[in-house]
Design a protein around this ligand. Structure first.
Ligand SMILES: Nc1ncnc2c1ncn2[C@@H]1O[C@H](COP(=O)(O)OP(=O)(O)OP(=O)(O)O)[C@@H](O)[C@H]1O
Ligand SMILES: [Mg+2]
Length: 274
């Protein structure tokens, strides 16, 4: 094992052998809490959030403005640390990883589409999309051809050399989506991915998400106020007062791990005539 620490449940042996625990779900969020201190007061934004996401699932997170959706997504994406609780990825606690191990994990595993797209203003669309692959030291030509393909898929084949300031808000958001996908992440976290995009382009992006899920099995968690998107996603988690108040598709409980203690053995039956 070269990355981070292992505090996950029942995974130490598998991790020590360099293997993710086969029985672990892709993502497990356990009693997650987040409080911000502001103006000397504690603001409890997440108050014990629990859910499990299995490989290949697509889930919407919905809730009122200020409910804590972006906060939750940032913590799940390891961009922020929880006040308490855990985020396990493949059975490994990633919520307290830090430094280079965390940066490598995030770059290789998670694609993030932010509510505000955070493109680098001095780079053009193509360079912005290539960047995660360059950081991961992928061959430049491979990075370029992937980035070009993705930009065409989001309808920006004619805008590759434009800088963010030379793109519309919706176009910038589409560049951000292409950038999130360039590393073919196992988990895509999207925060209002089509919030400022017209309905026709938005429909194209929704389709892109579904085809990505079908073709690559990409797991997706999408925060959205867009009912057209939320209603198409197979699972909906509703957040209110810092907790999940409704989960339409909670998966059944995971099977007991093989080394879990079984029922006590029956006492030996005395042989007849003893
Ligand atoms: N760094 C911070 N310091 C203090 N309070 C914060 C901080 N970040 C977020 N908050 C507060 O936490 C609450 C949840 O914020 P969050 O951004 O998660 O909401 P949201 O559900 O994503 O809302 P929206 O739908 O408007 O994007 C808000 O009331 C916000 O004011
Ligand atoms: Mg938000």
């Amino acid at each position: 094992m070269t990355e981070g620490t292992t505090e996950g449940t029942g995974t130490v042996a598998a991790e020590a052998a360099g293997q993710p625990a086969a029985e672990a779900p892709l993502l497990r969020v356990c009693d997650l809490r987040k409080a911000f201190v502001h103006g000397g007061k504690e603001l409890h934004v997440l108050r014990g959030v629990d859910f499990v996401v299995r490989r290949g699932e697509m889930a919407a997170i919905v809730g009122a403005s200020g409910a804590g959706k972006s906060t939750l997504l940032h913590i799940v994406g390891t961009l922020d640390a929880p006040t308490a609780g855990r985020v396990e990825f493949d059975g490994r606690d990633v919520s307290r990883m830090d430094g280079r191990a965390l940066a490598v994990f995030r770059n290789r595993t998670i694609g993030f589409v932010f509510q505000f797209h955070h493109l680098l203003p001095e780079f053009n669309a193509l360079e912005n999309v290539m960047l995660p692959a360059i950081i991961a030291r992928r061959p430049r030509e491979e990075a370029r051809s992937r980035a070009e393909r993705l930009l065409r898929e989001v309808g920006l084949g004619e805008r590759m050399t434009h800088r963010p300031s030379e793109l519309s808000g919706g176009e910038q958001q589409r560049v951000a989506i292409a950038r999130a996908l360039v590393m073919e992440p196992r988990l895509l976290l999207a925060d209002e991915p089509t919030g400022n995009i017209d309905s026709q382009t938005a429909a194209g992006i929704h389709e892109l998400f579904f085809s990505l899920n079908r073709q690559h099995g990409t797991t997706m968690i999408v925060v959205t106020h867009d009912e057209r998107l939320a209603s198409k996603l197979p699972r909906r988690l509703e957040i209110r007062d810092g907790q999940i108040v409704r989960d339409t598709g909670a998966p059944p409980p995971l099977e007991e791990p093989p080394d879990a203690p079984g029922p006590p053995a029956a006492p030996p039956v005395p042989a007849a005539g003893d």
